[in-house]
Design a protein around this ligand. Structure first.
Ligand code: SF4
Length: 519
């Protein structure tokens, strides 16, 4: 909180010294410009002020610090150490040196926190829309699909399905009308990666969708954003308008013969709308309920037309791959899960925030090096990964590389990238109850196992939390978990029991301590 007041105050003070310049218009004039940027990721330390070109990062800036920032640093070039990150008697002046940033590889988040998200010119100045122009003028649609296949970019929304394969399937469909849909319906409690990308670098998402549109011969794109993200909606709206003004959206883009436009759809915040078929139903104005597959979305998606459906982070990777090449992308992280992944770390960790690391980075590096370890010197107990559809990982998994396949092997999943860290005092039964309550509320009610099963599981968990459960209830929980995951219609139901199943597996003792007939 307070960032806007600090921005206004700094602006006012620079102006009082007659040094204020507009960074876009007065680039030949001497002076000091000030801009608002997207999220830097270091939530714990906000409000943040970054000074360029020195790259100083000032943390937890207060309104009263503004005079000193302007007079000392901006006018006299003196750093203010008091506002810089310090640990073990060291002061970290440059942002990149701070341990929180040092182990990160910021690719999709690179522009977040560095450019003004509402400026088309700044995006272009950073090489934006170069990838679009490359595909439009140098590549055929099937070559674009092939390059995404070669990069092995896997969907960042949870499943990890190869994006290029999906695109090639849509390209192959014989239909005059095809669609590209961007899933910005991030619903996991504790996750805000997609939101930060849409708020901090909206053109990156639009460029990715345009490239997908060209690659699949699609005619229009839809971005489905939850209405609880008004700033993301606003920034996307501005970016779409600017792109249109510059001839990058609409008919015959840059005289290439390719026409494509993008619309924004605001979702009402139903978790199930993250599920592909529920999401397309919701765009069509129907109730957001999943349907039985097949047909698959690539064949009959939005309005029964072939549809590419990827999430925000997946699209944001696309311009980078086109610009730098598939082999560059494949060179980051493990071969089967290349690239980076954005995670939102929350919970009992020192540095909460938004991070981006190469796939394959271990949980230990994420929690201890970047996250700065557990709060108040307590011990690490577990981390919930993948939100309510994911599972928990414990001490024995700390050296596990975070990538799609390694996590699958231990029964967890990256999901969209939420990481909720828990310390030794956290009650795992309560954690399971929390997630089950969430999923039960969000079940759309279409199929019985999910609708009734989650209700039943929640009742049992509540009984156990109140100390009234029995050992038999634990067996019943396991049975219900099995039934729901094998019979539910959609992903929400299939994974609804995962938090319970994984806490039961790793912390059964804790459950037993809660029940009346402890054995
Ligand atoms: Fe709805 Fe649950 Fe069935 Fe999915 S599994 S369709 S959320 S009732």
């Amino acid at each position: 909180g307070g960032s806007i007041e600090i921005y206004n105050r700094i602006r006012e003070l620079i102006d009082a010294h007659e040094l204020l310049v507009d960074l876009e218009l007065d680039y030949e004039k001497e002076g000091i410009g000030v801009k608002k940027s997207g999220c830097h990721g270091f939530c714990e330390m906000g409000p943040l002020v970054r000074i360029e070109p020195e790259n100083y990062l000032y943390l937890r800036v207060q309104f009263e610090d503004c005079v000193e920032i302007v007079e000392k640093t901006l006018i006299n070039n003196e750093p203010i150490e008091r506002l810089m990150y310090s640990a073990e008697n060291r002061i970290y002046k440059a942002q990149e040196d701070i341990p929180f940033y040092h182990k990160q590889t910021r690719m999709v988040l690179k522009n977040c926190g560095s450019i003004n998200a509402e400026s088309f010119a700044e995006y272009v100045a950073k090489g934006g829309y170069e990838a679009l122009s490359k595909v439009l003028f140098e590549m055929k649609p099937d070559e674009v699909c092939q390059s995404i296949i070669d990069s092995n970019l896997r969907g960042r929304g949870g499943g990890g399905y190869p994006a290029g394969r999906k695109w090639a399937q849509v390209l192959r469909q014989d239909s005059e009308v095809k669609y590209v849909v961007c899933n910005g319906d991030e619903g996991d409690p504790g996750a805000f990666m997609d939101r930060s990308i849409m708020e901090g670098d909206p053109h990156g998402v639009i460029e990715g969708m345009l490239i997908a549109g060209y690659a699949t011969k699609s005619t229009a794109g839809y971005i489905y954003v939850r209405a609880e993200y008004p700033l993301a909606v606003e920034r996307l709206r501005i970016a779409i308008e600017d792109a249109r003004k510059h001839g990058l959206l609409g008919k015959n883009i840059l005289n290439s013969g390719f026409s494509f436009d993008i619309n924004i759809n605001k979702g009402a915040g139903a978790f199930v709308c993250g599920e592909g078929s529920a999401l397309t139903a919701s765009i069509e104005g129907e109730r957001g309920m999943p349907r039985v597959k097949p047909p698959r979305t690539v064949e009959k998606g939005l309005w029964q037309k072939p549809t590419v459906l990827n999430n925000v982070e997946t699209f944001a990777n696309v311009p980078l791959i086109i610009k730098n090449g598939s082999s560059w992308f494949k060179g980051i992280g493990p071969e089967n899960s290349p690239g980076t992944k954005a995670f939102a770390i929350t919970g009992n960790v020192n540095n909460t925030g938004l991070i981006e690391v190469p796939m394959g980075t271990t949980l230990r590096e994420v929690i201890f090096d970047i996250g700065g370890g557990i709060k108040d010197g307590k011990k690490f107990k577990a981390v919930q990964i993948g939100g309510p559809s994911g599972g928990c990982l414990t001490e024995e998994h700390l050296d596990l590389p975070l990538d799609f396949d390694s996590l699958k092997k231990v029964g967890a999943m990256i999901g969209s990238g939420g990481l909720v860290v828990m310390d030794e005092d956290t009650c795992m039964v309560e954690v399971a109850r929390f997630f089950m309550n969430f999923t039960q509320n969000e079940s759309c009610g279409k199929c019985v196992p999910c609708r009734e099963g989650t209700k039943r599981m929640l009742e049992i968990l509540e009984k156990i939390v109140e100390g009234k459960g029995t050992v038999g209830d634990l067996d019943l929980l396991e049975e219900l978990a099995d039934t729901i995951s094998s019979t539910a219609l959609c992903g929400l139901g299939k994974s609804a029991a995962s938090p319970v199943a994984s806490t039961l597996k790793h912390f059964r003792k804790e459950y037993v301590e809660h029940v009346v007939d402890k054995k």
